[in-house]
Design a protein around this ligand. Structure first.
Ligand code: 5GP
Ligand code: MN
Length: 343
């Protein structure tokens, strides 16, 4: 039997013999896909009788806290000792929505060294880390869609309930920008139509994800677009930066700047958008593009990051000002690629 097939049958037999100690871990700054995929999978495993844990490597936005199963998520470092125990003592670890163990920050060594049977379920390009079983496909909309396929391939549909379907639908919707990108395969819609059969409240999920912000967050968005947006038509590029004082002024909470980076792409003839957020010890950067401009390569090469072709992130360990200068200085090198873009 080839190793991949052997590993598939190994996970099948592990899952078919509960209770197993199963830990699900997702990437730092978890988004809707990361949390939806993790919690949907966890609920299936709980229904099967497994002993489970979900770990988030840091705090995540409040607009995801309504997800079914959220209250038991172990958040690092608040739940440090139990999270570490759940990694080192697990029999199976699911690595959800990432493929580079560095993306769990301080938990990296523990994850790498855990003797557990590891399964990566992910849709990001350029895998950096390998597990025993690697379920990775960049053409798929979201990790949530891959988790749904995984459940079906193992014939575990009978453990899908409304909560699971809600979590998986959330992941698909979040990672496709409500079906505006990463969503041109018919399989995505077949999965969605099957998930709707579990009686999920599709519109309610939308409201909880997108119409669930504080007034401060809305005001910060207005400020960012009105006062901080820099348009560079010669590079078809826009960038926004927010420093710590500005964040404090608008009572910034984790997740408040989520999606801000997408707004400038609505401007005619703009194909590259960047958002710089000053944090305590680094600058968090988000990149988005339209067309062929590969922001994941840009992020990987210049800002210690990565992601998808049109949506990526990175970090900078110098000041916000120096980071912005470095960013601007890079643009001439990419001018030819950027100006090729036509609507
Ligand atoms: P966001 O800008 O929303 O934080 O991230 C956009 C996409 O890029 C997501 O798919 C996210 O997982 C990925 N991403 C964000 N930051 C990083 C990073 O530092 N490294 C890698 N490899 N991917 C990242
Ligand atoms: Mn994802």
């Amino acid at each position: 039997m080839n190793p991949e097939r052997q590993h598939k049958s190994e996970i099948k037999s592990l899952l078919e013999n509960p209770p197993r100690r199963i830990t699900i871990i997702t990437h730092v700054n978890p988004d809707g896909d990361a949390m939806g995929s993790s919690l949907g999978l966890e609920t299936v495993l709980i229904c099967m009788g497994h002993d489970t844990a979900v770990i988030a490597p840091n705090v995540y936005p409040e607009f995801l806290h309504w997800l079914p199963g959220n209250k038991n998520v172990l958040v690092y470092p608040a739940d440090k000792s139990i999270a570490e125990k759940k990694i080192s003592q697990a029999e199976v670890i699911f690595i959800i929505d990432f493929n580079d163990f560095r993306r769990v920050n301080q938990l990296k060594n523990l994850l790498e060294n855990s003797p557990a049977f590891k399964v990566i379920i992910d849709h990001h390009p350029c895998p950096e880390s390998r597990a025993n079983l690697n379920i990775t496909d960049v053409s798929v909309s979201s990790t949530a869609e891959l988790v749904y396929q995984f459940i079906k391939n193992l014939e575990l549909q009978k453990f899908i309930n409304r909560e699971v379907a809600t979590c998986l639908f959330t992941g698909i919707m979040a990672d496709t920008g409500c079906f505006s990108y990463n969503s041109s395969r018919k399989e995505t819609y077949l999965a969605v139509s099957e998930l709707l059969d579990y009686g999920i409240d599709k519109d309610g999920i939308y409201y909880k994800l997108y119409d669930n912000f504080t007034a401060h967050r809305m005001q910060l968005l207005g400020y960012a677009l009105n006062k901080k947006m820099q348009v560079l038509p010669e590079y078809k590029t826009v960038f926004i930066s927010l420093n710590k004082d500005e964040l404090v002024k608008f009572d910034f909470q984790t997740g408040d700047s989520e999606n801000f980076v997408n707004y400038p792409l609505s401007i005619k003839n703009i194909c590259f958008s960047a958002l710089f957020i000053e944090r305590d010890d680094h600058v968090k950067i988000s990149f988005r593009s339209k067309g062929d401009f590969a922001v994941n390569e840009f992020a990987r090469k210049h800002f210690n990051g990565g992601g998808h072709l049109n949506a990526a992130g990175g970090e900078s360990y110098t000041t916000l000002d120096k980071t912005l200068h470095a960013f601007r200085d890079l643009l001439p090198e990419y001018k030819e690629q950027l100006i090729k873009y036509e609507i």
